[in-house]
Write a protein that binds this ligand. Structure first.
Ligand code: NAP
Length: 444
């Protein structure tokens, strides 16, 4: 979330700017390759993979994993929301999910204990005044100002030592103004048995939780006027059912949670005990996968099928010449920005090696077998040409090029400065109107 790491984002933006300054690079925005996957972007120009074929010698998929993993007991509804929809709402993603009903939500249950769960919790717990100076869009701040959220429960099916979040992200939640963490059972604050050897990360996590506990035990939750919201890490619980709460209950939903324990392989297994948590909104933060209908995605893996160096493989495991994937598209939804960046560098090296050394490069074993189904590697490519649909999209003012994006970017920052914040984002219609009114469509 940008509000947390402006420096990372600046570095990232800077890298894009550096690359875009190279005259060999052309950027086409508002284009969606392949089928309209979820989340659909209604104004994006659809273009088929095959029409890229005659215009490029190499294709690199850096398409991430944009489909949220759902839970069978929690079908999405206006009160059961995938975390990704919530993130898309507060970042004003062009798929435009509806705002969550926060004005009539006191208690939120987030299922999953990864960094996305913590991001969502932090967004719901941070005072909107503190968010206002970043790039959180004004309509989002309006909803947050009217929020009735008082407690966020972050539910994991395993224990603290197996939690998927990182210590840095947890620490950020512990220092949030106006919030306190509910106490954890004492047995969760140490190693389960003396013979368990903890990793450095696990030891630090336990220290952090113990410190937080001491800090918060000096006051009752919700005591002073400045401490109005609470949150909890609820370990060893897994949802099994969701129903409407009884009439006149303070909360709207009854979430049944199976109590769990770890088996010998550290998997969560039900103990047979269940309890009911009353809540108003359930957020499923269970991770993400690639759209199974998208090209080269192996539904069993949840991402594109790749071999060494991000080389994309066909169904029979043969390398598709000239086709690559990096980041979450290649590895699945895991790892932070830095690991994704390192993966991208490694794939770039593989592309260069394949280009300069057709046997797979000097430092690499040769590719075992290439697929007959050559998608690209068309030697007769005219490097100046672009697919007809894109050309038409540029003419029709539907496809945005880099100079135009830079104008939108500068305008967002200018509008933000007027509101005393980092930037105020524009939606597609607004950005389109801005480019029209400033004559920027003609500039390319
Ligand atoms: P994640 O890290 O994979 O966490 C998913 C969580 O959902 C885990 O706690 C997992 O528990 C739980 N879960 C999965 N299936 C479940 C089920 N059927 N029932 C109950 N619980 C279930 O996913 P994420 O939070 O979406 O994050 C994805 C990646 O993005 C991660 O690498 C994360 O670090 C990264 N990320 C980083 C940042 C950052 O650096 N600030 C911010 C956001 C995301 P189990 O462990 O038991 O499977």
């Amino acid at each position: 979330m940008s509000q947390r790491c402006p420096l990372y984002r600046q570095n990232c933006t800077h890298k894009f700017d550096q690359a875009a300054n190279d005259p060999r690079i052309r950027f086409f925005g508002n284009v969606q390759v392949g089928p309209q996957t979820s989340p659909a972007i209604p104004h994006a120009l659809p273009i088929s993979l095959s029409s890229l074929k005659s215009h490029y010698t190499h294709l690199l998929f850096s398409t991430g994993c944009a489909t949220p993993t759902l839970h069978p007991a929690l079908p999405p509804s206006d009160r059961v929301i995938p975390a990704l929809s919530l993130v898309h709402w507060y970042t004003q993603h062009p798929s435009r999910p509806a705002p969550p009903p926060l004005h009539e939500t006191e208690h939120v249950s987030i299922i999953g204990q990864g960094n996305v769960a913590l991001d969502v919790a932090r967004m719901l717990l941070t005072p909107p005044e503190a968010l206002a100076k970043y790039d959180v869009p004004a309509p989002v701040l309006d909803v947050l100002h009217r929020s009735a959220v008082r407690h966020v429960s972050i539910i994991g099916r395993r224990g603290p030592l197996q939690a998927a979040f990182t210590n840095k992200e947890l620490r950020e939640l512990t220092v949030l103004d106006g919030t306190s963490m509910l106490p954890l059972a004492q047995e969760l604050l140490g190693a389960p048995t003396p013979d368990v050897r903890l990793t450095r990360q696990q030891s630090r996590l336990l220290q952090l939780l113990q410190k937080q506990q001491q800090h918060d035990s000096s006051r009752t939750p919700n005591a002073g006027p400045s401490r109005t919201k609470t949150w909890s890490l609820d370990f060893f619980r897994s949802p099994t059912a969701l129903a409407t709460a009884p009439d006149r209950h303070r909360h709207r939903l009854a979430l049944t949670l199976a109590h769990t324990a770890l088996d010998a392989s550290a998997r969560a297994v039900p103990t047979g005990v269940t309890s009911v948590q009353h809540t108003d909104l359930v957020v499923a933060a269970l991770g993400h996968h690639a759209d199974p209908a998208a090209a080269y995605v192996d539904p069993a893996l949840g991402h594109l099928r790749t071999g060494r160096g991000g080389r994309v493989l066909d169904g029979a495991g043969r390398t598709l010449r000239g086709v690559y994937a990096s980041g979450w598209a290649a590895t699945g939804a895991r790892g932070v920005l830095a690991s994704t960046m390192l993966d991208a560098y490694a794939v770039a090296d593989a592309i260069l090696a394949d280009h300069h050394f057709s046997d797979g490069g000097v430092s690499e074993a040769p590719v075992a077998e290439y697929s007959e189904d050559a998608l690209v590697a068309n030697d007769a490519v005219d490097l100046e040409s672009v697919p007809g649909e894109v050309e038409e999209g540029v003419r029709a003012r539907r496809v945005v090029q880099y100079d135009q994006w830079k104008k939108i970017d500068a305008e967002e920052v200018r509008r933000g400065a007027e509101m005393d914040k980092e930037r105020e984002r524009m939606g597609w219609e607004e950005a389109h109107e801005f480019l029209t009114s400033t004559g920027a469509w003609q500039s390319q």
